[in-house]
Design a protein around this ligand. Sequence first.
Ligand SMILES: [Fe+2]
Length: 202
Amino acid sequence: MPTYTEISPRALNPRLLELEGISRVTIEAHYRLYQGYVGKRNEILAQLEATDRSVANQVHSELRALKVELSFAIGAIKNHEVYFAHLGGEGGDPAGAIDALIRRDFGSVDAWRDDLRATGIAGRGWAWTAYDWDERRLFNYIGDAQNTYPVWNATPLVALDVHEHAYFLDFQTDRAAYIDAFFANLDWGVVNGWIATYGISG
Ligand SMILES: [Fe+2]
């Protein structure tokens, strides 16, 4: 009797196939990567069922290898579910609750956008705008891999994937142009929905 539950990939919203600047081919390939992360998460958890706990070792052991890579797979699933969910919008300046938070914590929308763009240029995998529940404010975080540099008790509200798989086909090495396209396709309504769902009140 397994102690885990297999999960399935979330369906790809068809509006993702009609983005400005980010091609259908890129999104379809990106979605297949996401499906792969889900498959590996299920596979790793199944293997963990049969792993010998008595030989766990910090230098090398099956338990260590599986749990390290499980964090990569689960991180990748969560990261991409945020990414896919908030694309397909009209971009532009934020409105509503996210607009107020950005202005309060970054000074202006332009300052937030400039910082997230620079964070995305400096990162090797991800840049996030997240709300830290302890400091009760937004910050733009960097992430080099699917499972590196997250902080506890923070909720991502904007997930900027800067892995080359997200843009190379459309922009070659021009990551800055891709980031501009990312901004142009953001759905601020989705972000404001998360703020309401999570109860972020400033
Ligand atoms: Fe990705």
